[in-house]
Design a protein around this ligand. Structure first.
Ligand SMILES: Cc1ncc(COP(=O)(O)O)c(C=O)c1O
Length: 456
């Protein structure tokens, strides 16, 4: 009946006592397969013969012989006084390929992707993690609530109200794995409710367009100009996904009259506005422009994350939703993956409550501002013919290439010179400065200028 009567848990060895095959051969074969398949990694210490024998309920001598055989065959390595370990054997052919990282290394990194990864406040984060762990009762270590840890929802509601003018009750906050997941969850809910179309900015953030399309929604691209999304002729749609604080990629700030017009459109069409506030904390030349959500909380779903304030690796984001939508989106999240890791949420809550996020942002605003100024000065020296836009806010600026210029070819030529930069349709290059060292700005811009000029 039950053929597996003992189970070597750490090694995933299961012996069949009913089949009559010697236990020693079975053990050898399973360990051999484990090493060959790569499941048991080189260097892994095996349990002592005594421990494994006890766990499997077999005589120790059987394990001693099996280990000895595999050492002789070269699958294991035994050293006197230390554990028997898995040997390095030729890599199996069918190993899963390592997924390509999104950020291959580049000599000069101008990609507008993340906050300064080198400036992540590791020590303060660890201190917050330690405090959060010490303070959390055992009851907090179970499955969290789908909407997110109450401590984090409370900390975020207070922070967003103070820093971004968001009108938020903790009950309206749903924690997500970044804005990426928030958009996917919103798309799923829209589809389930029968929605078909979503307005997106043109040019816009293609990644979010892809997420919406994958969910089965159609995109309605609406042009962006110096005042952000053009709101004069918005067609009917279920929602509009916008980046009001710092348009991605042009850097435009959504003009005040367009904010009002967008909210009027939403009310007239019974639609929602998805406000992607991905880098709203950074505004250099005057006071930050408050979130659109503060003007129209009943129609706006506010989206934020730690990707531009801390680092994308945290995969922590949030939505602030109107009315009963918070419960709907929490439900969608829960049925997707059961919610964000609770300990990480408690750490972020502690980090915010102890003022560490504000402290970090104060420091980083100064640093980014200095870097942005150096970048603009270098661009004025090397590429004076290109217009710079979007420099007042965020972590990237946008360069308007000459009419007819091939942004993709420039991106390729820049890559050949060690400069990673992203371009997009409409002859725009967007230059992120969060991950470039101050001292590298001058040579990086010189190399970028070469890439631009090489096509002339
Ligand atoms: C326009 C825009 N929205 C959102 C994000 C952040 O997404 P996430 O929070 O999933 O990291 C980015 C990051 O580059 C972005 O450029």
């Amino acid at each position: 009946m039950d053929r597996v009567d003992h189970f070597g848990r750490d090694l995933f060895v299961a012996l069949d006592r009913a089949g009559g095959r010697p236990l020693r051969s079975q053990l050898e074969e399973q360990l051999r397969d484990g090493v060959r398949s790569g499941r048991l990694h080189a260097g892994t210490a095996l349990p002592s013969t005594r421990a494994l024998a006890a766990e499997l309920g077999i005589a120790r001598g059987v394990v001693v012989e099996a280990y000895g055989q595999l050492v002789a065959e070269g699958f294991l390595v035994a050293r006197r006084g230390s554990a028997t370990r898995v040997a390095r054997v030729a890599a199996p052919e069918a190993r899963v390929a390592t997924p390509a990282t999104r950020i291959p290394p580049a000599r000069f990194d101008f990609r507008a992707e993340s906050a300064d990864r080198g400036a992540f406040p590791r020590r303060a984060w660890l201190a917050a993690a330690r405090r959060a762990m010490a303070a959390a009762p055992d009851a907090d270590l179970g499955y969290g609530t789908w909407a997110g840890a109450p401590a984090l929802r409370g900390a975020l509601a207070a922070y967003l109200g103070r820093a971004r003018g968001v009108v938020a009750d903790p009950e309206q906050v749903v924690v997500t794995a970044g804005i990426t997941q928030a958009v996917a969850l919103l798309a799923a809910v829209l589809r389930r409710r029968g929605a078909r179309k979503v307005i997106v900015e043109e040019p816009g953030f293609d990644q979010h367009g892809t997420i919406l399309e994958r969910a089965g929604l159609s995109l309605v691209p609406i042009e962006v100009d110096d005042g952000g999304l053009r709101t004069d002729e918005l067609p009917a749609a279920a929602a509009a996904l916008v980046t009001p604080a710092h348009q991605m990629p042009t850097g435009a700030v959504l003009a005040p009259e367009r904010r009002a017009a967008l909210l009027d459109w939403a009310a007239a069409n019974d639609a929602l506005v998805f406000e992607d506030d991905y880098d709203g904390e950074y505004r250099y030349d005057r006071e930050p422009v408050g979130a659109l959500q503060g003007l129209g909380a009943g129609r706006v779903v506010y989206l934020g994350s730690t990707s531009k304030t801390l680092v994308p690796a945290l995969r922590l984001g949030w939505m602030v939703l109107p009315g009963g939508l918070a419960a709907v989106l929490a439900d969608e999240r829960g049925w997707t993956d059961g919610g964000s890791p609770v300990l990480d949420q408690l750490t972020l809550a502690m980090f915010i409550e102890r003022g560490e996020l504000d402290r970090h942002l104060r420091r980083m605003r100064l640093r980014y501002r200095r870097r942005r100024d150096a970048l603009i000065a270098a661009l004025e020296r090397h590429l004076p013919e290109l217009d710079i836009t979007g420099a007042a806010a965020g972590l990237h600026i946008t360069l308007a290439l000459p009419e007819g210029a091939d942004a993709a070819a420039i991106v390729d030529r820049a890559a050949a010179r060690g400069v990673a930069v992203l371009g997009c349709a409409r002859s725009l290059l967007f230059v992120g400065y969060a991950n470039i060292a101050d001292a590298a700005i001058e040579p990086a811009v010189a190399a970028l200028a070469e890439a631009v000029h090489a096509g002339h």
